[in-house]
Design a protein around this ligand. Structure first.
Ligand SMILES: Cc1cc2nc3c(=O)[nH]c(=O)nc-3n(C[C@H](O)[C@H](O)[C@H](O)COP(=O)(O)OP(=O)(O)OC[C@H]3O[C@@H](n4cnc5c(N)ncnc54)[C@H](O)[C@@H]3O)c2cc1C
Length: 457
């Protein structure tokens, strides 16, 4: 691996969070941005529905309430407030970066709606908003002369002196070559945990590595049992990643039907409520899916807004214009993660965590649709600015101690390292669920039931 021995800042993960962090880090610092697989194998590229924004001041209270209600009021209100307050600035950043959101004939931005939202406040680009955003950010990052980008390079561990973070252990995924690279700051932006589930909408390579590494080093984590199940993924007997059918199709009028062709729930309730209703219906009918009917939406609108969904359903043999498509819930998002504050700081000095890998409390128990791209971008930018404004090189003693006893051999076997980290995360999730059960019944039982159904891997 042709890497320096020392960078100023290392960013692990090149989704929306990692890319935006890199964009806002100081230009006079040497930055290394790594991702485990290809540059596009990040969930950010898969986001269909869109990205929320506080459209006008009068929507503040409703948007705040929608986010809190979806999160069962377990959200951190200050973090939610911070997200709302920063949302317009982030959209301006994206427009400046060249992101093309869908507009009407007069050039006005169009807004859609998803479950749990009381008004249309979601910007989108057809049904491929994430690709539009992430590829623009990626193109900008690749032009930065101070950022070295390495795909196929996994964060295998962090270097610490026991108290502070002083760099990262990086592993070439192809050759297994491993190297200790020192840095004044490390940002973890390693995404979610869908790869640990048999049925998930996430890329298989997203296995919670950042969370595992934090658990290993005693860095604080939160709500590891809070996993979001998306109600509608295209039902198939094939293996591999589940194809999501965005909630915005229900926002635009699609309805859920049981085997008898009857509606059985309010399609615009938050995700966990709709998921529970689908599971209940499947249990009642003894089936392994329900149906989603897009025919309530004018076909022109379906063609314009959801071209990828139309195409993918057709590939699986379903014509959304003439028949309902079979759908089933699957693991989708991780509300829990590495405990961080609104500046991305973790419990370990010089170690930051942003995006889906972190838990800053903004989503509470259940994420409101289209809040995660927004959250990833906002708190990654804030983390980058925090580092910029408080930059202090690591002390020599810290670096020396962190490097002592580094054993490259420990990381060479990628498969056993992955197994070890997956087991750490799973144990962390089980421990969090047991601790919550011990606290009292609450709503935990329902969430656990939903979680079990998708974690049969
Ligand atoms: C199908 C789908 C649709 C979605 N739709 C929406 C939507 O409409 N609106 C919305 O707001 N959100 C949506 N989301 C959620 C949203 O896309 C993600 O929560 C968000 O993009 C997370 O960004 P991230 O940068 O934290 O993670 P990701 O974009 O997943 O990036 C993670 C990065 O970490 C890297 N990585 C992982 N492990 C390692 C390691 N050990 N070493 C180095 N690199 C590593 C990966 O290679 C990747 O580059 C959707 C998610 C999915 C799966």
């Amino acid at each position: 691996m042709e890497l320096r021995n020392k960078y100023d800042i290392i960013v692990a993960g090149a989704g929306a969070a990692g890319l935006n962090a890199a964009l806002f880090l100081p230009r006079d610092k040497r930055i290394l941005l790594v991702c485990k697989e290809g540059p596009r194998q990040a969930d950010s590229y898969l986001a269909q529905g869109g990205i929320c924004v506080l459209r006008w001041d009068g929507d503040h209270d409703a948007y705040f309430e929608d986010t809190m209600r979806a999160g069962h009021y377990e959200n951190d209100p200050e973090t939610v407030e911070c997200m709302l307050r920063c949302s317009r600035e982030i959209i301006s950043d994206l427009l400046y970066a060249g992101v093309r959101f869908s507009r009407d004939g007069a050039g006005n931005l169009l807004y859609t709606r998803e479950g749990g939202h009381s008004v249309n406040r979601i910007l989108y680009r057809e049904d491929r908003t994430g690709r539009e955003i992430a590829s623009r950010l990626y193109a900008r990052v690749r032009k930065l002369p101070n950022v070295d980008f390495r795909s196929g390079t996994a964060l295998a561990d962090i270097l610490t002196d026991g108290e502070q973070c002083a760099g990262a252990v990086l592993r070439d995924v192809r050759t297994g070559e491993t190297k200790a690279v020192f840095a004044d700051y490390v940002i973890l932006a390693t995404g979610g945990i869908g790869g640990l589930f048999r049925f998930s909408t996430n890329f298989r390579g997203l296995t919670g590595d950042g969370v595992a590494i934090c658990l290993k080093h005693g860095v604080a984590v939160s709500d590891l049992d809070y996993v979001q199940i998306h109600p509608t993924t295209l039902y198939t007997k094939k293996r591999g990643r589940r194809f999501l059918i965005s909630e915005s199709v229900r926002g635009e009028g699609a309805v859920l039907l049981n085997g008898a062709g009857r509606r059985f729930t309010d399609e615009l309730m938050p995700r966990d409520v709709v998921t529970a209703a689908i599971y209940a219906e499947m249990e009642k009918e003894g089936g392994d899916h329900v149906w989603l009917d897009l025919r309530k939406i004018p076909s022109e609108a379906v063609r314009a807004h959801f071209p990828s969904i139309v195409r993918r359903c057709a590939e699986e043999g379903f014509d959304v214009f003439s028949e309902p498509v079979p759908v089933v819930p699957a693991q989708h998002y991780f509300m829990g993660g590495i405990r961080s504050d609104t500046d991305g700081r973790t419990s370990m000095p010089r170690l930051f965590a942003v995006g889906e890998a972190c838990c800053n409390g903004v989503h509470g128990k259940n994420r409101l649709a289209s809040n995660s791209l927004l959250e990833s971008l906002i708190f990654a930018k804030r983390a980058a600015l925090r580092i910029a404004n408080t930059y202090e090189p690591a002390e020599e003693q810290t670096v020396k101690r962190a490097g002592q006893g580094f054993d490259e051999g420990k990381y060479r076997d990628g498969k056993s390292l992955s197994r070890e980290y997956a087991a750490l995360v799973r144990r962390g999730m089980e421990a969090a669920a047991s601790a919550r059960k011990a606290e009292g019944p609450g709503e935990g039982g329902k969430a656990d039931k939903t979680q079990r159904k998708t974690s049969e891997k």
